[in-house]
Design a binder for this molecule. Structure first.
Ligand SMILES: Cc1cc2nc3c(=O)[nH]c(=O)nc-3n(C[C@H](O)[C@H](O)[C@H](O)COP(=O)(O)OP(=O)(O)OC[C@H]3O[C@@H](n4cnc5c(N)ncnc54)[C@H](O)[C@@H]3O)c2cc1C
Length: 277
């Protein structure tokens, strides 16, 4: 629809779908590409059976600890994540699976007084939990249904608990120990791992690096092949965060630029081949 009118566009070579991890699977599903039973629910005729469309949806999950600073600590001259620490939750991990971002923030303490705090956001960089994106209806303007399932797997919750405990240890070492007055959040209410599990369920959130809902691969649940072409078609490519089989460690944007650069090369190579055949 454009300005209230239904328009039709024809494509000579290929369609590039780059609507992001929520809208790309939604547009494929609306086009009849997906799991047959899901399409049936919305009276959408099946064009291509691809059960992976909308599955494998995931994200970095993050939770924050806040530590009140001593009153004589000077305001930093700059803020917002000047420090990023990547660490392993367990030495056997092949890559750093935790990220710590630190910044100075204003929090409210137990008496509702404003307090300057060192905030440590911890996030899981290699999550194992997977959610999904599905259609709510066959109305193209309707938002999709989203099940982030960020804490679905106990392994992810355990790693967040370990990460908060490590943050507690970190602020007890110098030079941080010298500027911290006390822990505010999670605080005394959540001393044990069991209590921290509750804290995580209450507080954890998306780090806004959603991906994976049209994953690249060669298995049955893959949506696009390694050339980013929708499996079973020859002229529709998906080029966005949805093709990541697993989210990258680190923030997603630069990797998505790399995906786009690679896709541009693949598209040009295809064009060159067509022109020379
Ligand atoms: C609040 C926030 C903060 C973030 N901060 C960072 C950060 O600091 N560093 C970092 O690396 N990453 C950050 N990210 C993540 C990063 O922005 C995303 O990973 C990245 O933009 C995803 O790229 P994409 O191409 O998959 O989707 P998008 O960037 O979402 O692009 C999809 C585009 O498709 C358009 N679109 C969707 N549906 C349709 C439709 N039906 N018709 C036409 N157009 C459509 C959308 O308007 C959008 O422009 C942040 C994300 C959020 C939400």
């Amino acid at each position: 629809m454009y300005q209230g009118q239904l328009r039709q566009a024809e494509v000579k070579r290929e369609v590039i779908l780059a609507a992001g991890s929520l809208e790309s699977p939604k547009l494929l599903l609306l086009s009849g590409i997906g799991a047959e039973n899901e399409l049936k629910k919305h009276n959408i005729p099946l064009k291509l059976s691809l059960p992976g469309v909308g599955e494998n949806f995931h994200d970095h999950v993050t939770v924050s600890s806040h530590f009140v600073l001593k009153s004589d600590v000077e305001e930093p001259v700059c803020n917002l994540c000047r420090v990023a620490l990547f660490a392993k939750s367990d030495p056997s991990m092949p890559v750093s699976d935790l990220e710590y971002l630190m910044m100075v923030t204003t929090q409210h303490d137990e008496t509702e007084q404003e307090a300057k705090a060192l905030t440590i956001h911890v996030s899981i960089q290699v999550p194992v939990s997977r959610g999904w994106v599905k259609l709510a209806s066959n109305d193209p303007l309707a938002d999709p249904l989203i099940h982030p399932n960020l804490l679905g797997e106990k392994a992810d919750r355990d790693r967040l608990i370990a990460a908060i405990q490590k943050a507690r240890q970190l602020v007890k070492t110098e030079p941080l120990a010298g500027i911290i007055e006390r822990e505010l959040i999670p605080g005394q209410k959540y001393p044990t791992d069991e209590a921290l599990d509750t804290f995580i369920r209450e507080q954890a959130q998306s780090q806004w690096h959603i991906c994976g809902s049209c994953k690249m691969g060669i298995d049955d649940m893959a949506v696009v092949n390694p050339e980013l072409i929708v499996r079973g078609l020859n002229n529709v490519r998906v080029v966005d965060s949805s093709i990541m089989p697993s989210v990258v460690t680190g923030h997603a944007q630069s990797s998505i630029f790399a995906i786009a650069e690679k896709a541009a090369d693949l598209i040009m190579a295809n064009l060159y081949q067509l022109q020379n055949s």
